[in-house]
Write a protein that binds this ligand. Structure first.
Ligand SMILES: CC(C)(COP(=O)(O)OP(=O)(O)OC[C@H]1O[C@@H](n2cnc3c(N)ncnc32)[C@H](O)[C@@H]1OP(=O)(O)O)[C@@H](O)C(=O)NCCC(=O)NCCS
Length: 196
């Protein structure tokens, strides 16, 4: 979808700041650490929808497409790099998080995320996820942020719960996770909604 932002567009700020993190827009310069940190690692992408990247150049292509879509006026996918606030200028990021909105007719948006392997187990995704979900639900257009996780992805279930999402049910045969099997798998659906 290409459109000018309108009053109902859930425009999120380009940067969000939490206690330990800065959530900032990705750039093509992020390709190398993303490849080394998770995109080239088969365990990290096990429950994601793509196969491991073979090199950083295909990650760069992905980032170029993401940035081109944004520059073209598509304001439906809000992707952020998680960077440590106390890191030096130009230091590698620690992960990515994104919110996908279907456009002005949709009252909800879906959340996706991944952390680079050295940065897991420290609560970074809980911190980033809470900030992004709260910013999204504070916009006029969004009433619901939801996420799905493979029924076997226990670390992600825990993360979604800590972000403040509630389990809503199991969606059967919902999505293909090609690193696990070639046919659609069951996922758990979680959501956090605006109360008023
Ligand atoms: C999901 C993800 C962001 C969570 O990262 P994290 O914040 O470092 O999470 P933690 O390592 O602290 O684990 C979260 C919880 O799951 C538990 N856990 C982690 N791996 C587990 C496993 N294999 N089995 C059971 N429990 C597990 C941890 O003990 C922790 O539990 P607690 O809340 O009771 O302390 C990270 O694992 C990741 O990037 N995974 C790959 C990408 C991915 O799957 N993204 C989500 C797609 S839906």
């Amino acid at each position: 979808m290409c459109s000018q932002p309108d009053a109902k567009s859930p425009l999120l700020p380009p940067k969000l700041i939490t206690q330990r993190l800065i959530l900032r827009p990705p750039t093509v310069a992020d390709a190398e650490w993303i490849f080394r940190g998770y995109a080239g690692d088969s365990e990290s992408v096990r429950y994601l929808t793509f196969r491991p990247h073979a090199n950083a150049s295909t990650v760069r292509t992905f980032l170029e497409e993401l940035l081109a879509a944004h520059d073209a006026g598509e304001r439906v996918r809000f992707a952020y790099v998680l960077a440590l606030r106390d890191a030096e200028e130009g230091a590698p990021g620690v992960g990515m998080i994104d919110l996908h909105w279907d456009g002005p007719s949709s009252l909800g948006a879906s959340l996706g995320y991944v952390l680079a392997t050295p940065h897991r187990g420290k609560g970074y995704m809980t911190e980033a996820g809470r900030a992004l979900v709260e910013a999204a639900l504070a916009t006029e257009a969004l009433w619901r942020v939801w996420a799905v996780a493979d029924t076997e992805n226990v670390a992600s279930h825990r993360t979604l719960e800590r972000i403040g999402m509630s389990y809503e049910g199991t969606l059967r045969r919902f999505i293909v996770h090609p690193n696990v099997q070639s046919t659609p798998r069951d996922v758990y659906l979680y959501a956090r909604v605006r109360s008023s």
